[in-house]
Design a protein around this ligand. Sequence first.
Ligand SMILES: [Fe+2]
Length: 386
Amino acid sequence: MPIYHKQGNIPPKRHTQFRRPDGELYSEQLFGTIGFDGMSSLLYHHNRPTMVKDIIKSTDVSPKIAMEKHIRSLKLVSFKTEPKDDFLEAREPLLVNNDVHIGVAAPKLSMTEYFYKNADADEMLFIHKGSGVLRTIFGKIPFEYGDYLIIPRGVIYQIDFDSTENRIFYAESFTPIYTPKRYRNWFGQLLEHSPYCERDYKLPQDLETYTDMDEHLMKVKKQGVLHEMVYEGNPFDVVGWDGYNYPYGFSIHNFEPITGRIHQPPPVHQTFETSAFVICSFVPRLYDYHPKSIPAPYNHSNIDSDEVLYYVDGDFMSRNGVAPGNISLHPAGIPHGPHPGAVERSIGQQGSEELAVMIDTFKPLMVTENAMKLDDGDYYKSWLNS
Ligand SMILES: [Fe+2]
């Protein structure tokens, strides 16, 4: 997040003496995700952040692959996944490769018994249903329907839900999730042609600081294994921090669509990027206004990327028979395009109320056993005339 932000109390000069009311030094921690080279923050802990007391359990949570190599378009009915009480147990990885794990979760309960951090992956949580507060060592981020929550790897967090009705579409990215570079100037400021600007971000606020020395359970995901560790002292013991590396939120409803006289290509919907995939937002917008325009997209041969679409709301104009919570996978190697009738249907229409999140990966995705349980079976034939 290339915006300088701070919360709480910090010393006027970095790496200098900064003392607690009882005279002891606070513990300073540099927190970055690209060695000492990328964006980072400096945090000041009441206690040492290194006090591991015990490692009590390690559980393999790596995805189980059902189809490693394939060329079948899929439609997954993700709302068929059973809601589960626990935030982590509710996660169902569906489409995965070495760069990203894409999945859904329907957690019912807030995370109160433990703290969590993903040591491997930046997390993108897209909130389809539910609301609450993401509580982190950097502060709180209230969230609601339509929010993307971007959580850099290593951020310790808990999540509070307002109700038990929650649906999340998520991506765990093994390279950092950034805003698109072409929308930033050489200082990192978002440019005038960017579909959103700095005012649209939900930055961490209301820093929580607890100084108890009780034992606390921490679950750390690393290399596909969930390690359960006991820490001495409360992980939320930060009295202040500043810098550029921290979690934030952004609402899909604040994405300003880019439109034109003729059909605009998918990159106009791009919202985030990594070195291995992009995340795009399809939002309600006016259609193309050339008198002979065709608002539906042309067929395109995605020979080099897999396309995942998560349908959120509204009628998706280029597809037949998709509903909220459906996920389509259009794999690399074969072209895809509008469904039969969709091109003619789109002509003369003024606009769309469609809302969807798209992830295009540059390497093929494998299909998990979880995904096969949601597969509708014959979506790949849905471009035939009858
Ligand atoms: Fe496409």
